[in-house]
Write a protein that binds this ligand. Structure first.
Ligand code: DQA
Length: 138
């Protein structure tokens, strides 16, 4: 069975309540519950942290054994050399996802340290981007 881990970074625990005009009104837990029955052939897991080091530890933990990591690093996308290095350091392909179209937003969101290391990038399709990322790994 393929093992795929979705990792959400800072502030994404607030989905559903956080700027719903940008990120929608569904919680990630509710959305994740709709993903599970769509992929019965996948061992699909979800991890969220607001702490950069915890995100690094998780990538190291699964990055030599899982078939895919789907990473929405939130604001760390635009700041974290350490996350970029972690992606370079592991074997598992990482798909970068952003819920909003970061290129239609502030200039500081246009640069990603993660994109050059990602196997693929899905931006601006709302929560559906996570489903698209899973399909891309199958
Ligand atoms: C985000 C975009 C980032 O710029 C922002 O900091 C987030 C969410 C997105 O999914 O659209 O926290 O990664």
């Amino acid at each position: 069975m393929k093992r795929i881990l979705i990792i959400n970074g800072p502030n994404l625990n607030l989905l559903g309540r956080r700027e719903p005009e940008v990120y929608g009104s569904q919680t990630f837990e509710d959305y994740f519950a709709t993903l599970l029955p769509q992929f019965p052939e996948v061992q699909l897991e979800y991890f969220q942290s607001n702490h950069e080091g915890a995100l690094l530890d998780k990538i190291h933990e699964v990055g030599f054994s899982y078939e895919g990591i789907i990473l929405n690093a939130g604001a760390y996308t635009h700041t974290s050399v350490a996350l970029a290095d972690a992606i370079s350091g592991v074997k598992t392909p990482v798909i970068e996802v952003h819920i909003s179209n970061v290129h239609a937003r502030e200039a500081f969101r246009h640069h990603s340290y993660i994109s050059p290391k990602a196997a693929g990038i899905i931006i601006g399709f709302g929560l559906k981007g996570y489903e698209m990322a899973i399909r891309s790994l199958l």
